[in-house]
Design a protein. Sequence first.
Lengths: 65, 97, 254
Amino acid sequence: MTGTVAVTERDPGRQIALVDLLDRLLGTGVVLAGDVVISLAGVDLVQVRLHALITSIRAEMVEPR
Amino acid sequence: MSEAPRLFPQRLETDAESVERDLFKLVLTIIELVRQLMERQALRRVDEGDLTDEQIEGLGTGLMHLEQAMEDLKARYDLTTEDLNIDLGPLGPLLSE
Amino acid sequence: MTETGRYLYAIARDLDPQVLAEVPALAGGRLEVVEHRGLTAVVSSVDLEEYGEDGLRRNLENLPWLEEVARGHDAVVQATATRAPTAPLRLATICLDDDGVRERLDAWHDALEEVLDRVEGRREWSVKVFARPRPAQVAADSPPAAVSGAAYLQRKKAETQAREADEGTAVAVADEVHAALAARSVAGRRLAPQDPRLTGRADRMLHNGAYLVEADEGDAFATLVDELATAHPDVVVECHGPWPPYSFATLEQP
């Protein structure tokens, strides 16, 4: 089975995908923030900063050698 | 500009009906992460060869039960491993599948 | 009276301002040019309430705003780049006034000349490589009692090794594709793989490459991409272009 190749020639109607455009137009590219916001009935209640949580778990899980 | 744009912040929109499931999803994600870290660490220890056969058996059985427990929990709330994965941006996805 | 600034879209050489005649500017403004030392900045006036530092901080997190501005910006860049060597600028490069624009042109002059030499007569192509969709995972149905603890760990180790082997293969394919394409381009760049939730593609992106190709070698490049795709049936290859040279014209803007 051959790989599928989509070769697109630009015509006036053809757009660059937004994610590609933003990657190139924004200095930092496009990143999804890794915070989880828990809301109830439309009210944001809790923001869980998972970065910090993961760091502390890893530190405890790895035994010192 | 220094900050990356925050697109699609993960928002667990809950209401009275779905709050249980949604919060559970978050909790399960953390548990699943810990489970995977434990498994990885166990494999490392086994590789290092400083465990007795008894210890290896105990580890394996324990982890196996843990995996089964996770499957049961996920099934109860109709969640797949995909559902549990949260993207941490520069840190990549939370679970390494 | 609200404060306005000058939004810079791109800087070009030997640009005939007429090519901008029918192209809309952002925020209902009007495209104009500021010329200095042989280089032309394409600009339009914008409201600093919306495009100033505070405004941007707000608006950059607003996806509909971001999309509208990105598209508007791109439309101007494309109109310019198809007719003259062009250095596209990043989104939201703002100067207070035309004197400010001229100052920038002055400060960046040499770097710009270099960039324009690099991109003149060339176009950017995007080539992405995706892993093929994985076969559905076998359901973990075996009851715990059927397997010993040690055997369970063995299985997990085998799964990890298989995953790592796949990873190694994927990296090798990406490297090979990139090397082959870069060899036939003026320049090649590896961009960060894109998050599946942004692309809408479930499959893992193994490679996100940008290549600077002579304008009249586009067909040859596309043919090469085809050949690479055929040589690697285990992946999906996607090619888009020609685009303005976004990935090859960046000045590190202070």
